[in-house]
Design a protein around this ligand. Structure first.
Ligand SMILES: [Zn+2]
Length: 445
């Protein structure tokens, strides 16, 4: 995974980091890690012409849009208009736009803007709708690039790679609702990924960018465009519908801080490194590099390759475990062994447990974990392990009176896993983390 980090982006990030954090010197390890990588930018920049259509094409699209029934809304989830492929995960990183979906979306915008009296039913004005749509979509995807750059900056500070297939997926379920409320931001957003999409949509409806895309429109007409774009997003789900909450600079900066801090917590576990907020903001990040990496998938060949990559990614996600899946796995283990189970009421998850389990990629090791948990939960057959002692050699206990346990997931095998948990009382078991036998952990009291 590390082998595909682009050199060019790192150099600029280093410069950027020196400016905002002069006291910080990136560790040699991560520097070597980034610098030893191939300079993929020179191999792959293809110089896409963003001025995509000539007047003949425009006429044909206009004809098609006029003859098609207006779609009620466009579901970006089921059939996205564009994708951002992170450079941490894809050699062919960048933005891929589906030409046909872009045209469909532009047709919808064109119709609405004709209804609002901003555009006319002409090929030329369809061209304006296409430019506006394209800008909006590209700005949305560039925002995802900026977020990846924030994570890169954290990697340089932490001196290790944080953004991998599994962590990228774990980010999606990081809770942000409380942090948003604490910061005085509007509260409907639950997870980090939803917040990222909302902020990306806010970035995609940026007045000055739209003005650059359609200089022939007046200020008032552009404001109508902004309102219509938000209206088109409002029917969506998954955070996309909340872009309009973050059009104000203040809200968007606060929300971006919340997002960056949530990703840091997810990467490092708790507590966070206590980084200064300046380190988190994507100020002065290189976006010219990404402009060279925008490509259209007109004939489906790039689309096919992209979908292949997305499928590969989805395959990895099958290996990422949530609480619900883990409960099912433990229930299944117990049922196979003919124990009666009440996993829902007897089991609780500490905040780092999912993270530690998802780092274990070996299937055999993972099933050993479920067997161990099931054994402890049902006292059958007795799982091996020992209690952990604290001050004065007393068994460490928490406020609920539960004892600290170090349980043997595996024995007599290299890198044998241990499971750390609070045991006894209600709930019967609180899972804290899994770690190699030579690691000690702090029990959270
Ligand atoms: Zn997005």
């Amino acid at each position: 995974m590390e082998g595909i980090m682009p050199k060019i982006s790192t150099e600029i990030l280093f410069q950027d980091l020196k400016q905002i954090a002069p006291e910080f010197a990136p560790g040699q390890k991560i520097q070597a890690l980034h610098e030893g990588l191939p300079d993929i930018d020179s191999q792959l920049s293809v110089g896409i012409d963003i001025e995509l259509l000539n007047s003949e094409d425009l006429g044909a699209i206009a004809e098609e849009v006029r003859n098609t029934e207006a779609p009620t809304s466009i579901n970006r989830h089921q059939s996205p208009i564009a994708w951002y492929l992170p450079y941490h995960l894809n050699r062919d990183w960048g933005i891929v736009i589906s030409s046909s979906r872009l045209q469909e979306y532009a047709g919808q915008l064109w119709r609405r803007l004709i209804e609002c009296g901003v555009l006319q039913d002409s090929d030329e004005h369809l061209g304006i709708a296409l430019r506006l749509t394209q800008t909006s979509v590209i700005e949305h995807e560039i925002f995802h690039h900026k977020v990846e750059n924030i994570v890169s900056r954290q990697e340089l500070l932490a001196n290790r790679i944080l953004y991998k297939g599994d962590t990228a997926l774990m980010f999606e379920k990081v809770e942000v609702q409380q942090a948003m409320l604490d910061s005085g931001c509007p509260g409907p957003i639950k997870y980090a990924k939803e917040l990222e999409e909302a902020l990306a949509n806010a970035a995609g409806v940026n007045l000055s960018q739209l003005k650059r895309a359609a200089p022939e429109l007046s200020e008032g007409e552009l404001k109508t465009v902004v309102a219509v774009l938000h209206e088109m997003d409002s029917g969506l789900t998954g955070g996309y519908q909340h872009g309009s909450l973050f059009v104000g600079r203040r809200e968007s900066v606060i929300a971006l801080n919340v997002l960056a801090e949530s990703y840091i917590r997810a990467s490092f576990g708790s507590p966070s490194l206590g980084l200064r907020r300046d380190y988190l903001r994507p100020v002065g990040l290189p976006i010219e590099g990404i402009r060279k990496r925008i490509r259209f998938s007109a004939d489906g060949s790039i689309l096919g390759r992209t979908l292949g990559q997305l499928n590969k990614f989805a395959g990895q996600s099958a290996g990422v475990l949530t609480e619900e899946i883990i409960r099912q796995l433990i229930t299944r283990v117990a049922e196979e062994n003919r124990w009666s189970v009440q996993v829902d009421s007897e089991l609780e998850f500490g905040k780092n447990f999912l993270y530690s389990v998802n780092k274990v990629r070996n299937k055999g090791k993972r099933s050993a974990i479920w067997r161990c948990v099931a054994k402890v939960l049902y006292n059958f057959p007795v799982a091996r392990g020992h209690t952990v002692t604290g001050p004065k050699d007393r068994v460490l206990k928490n406020a609920r009176g539960q004892s600290a346990w170090r349980l043997y997931v595996q024995e007599q095998t290299p890198q044998a896993l241990r499971l750390h948990a609070w045991h006894g009382g209600t709930p019967n078991l609180v899972l804290l983390n899994v770690a190699n036998h030579d690691r000690t952990i702090d029990f959270e009291l």
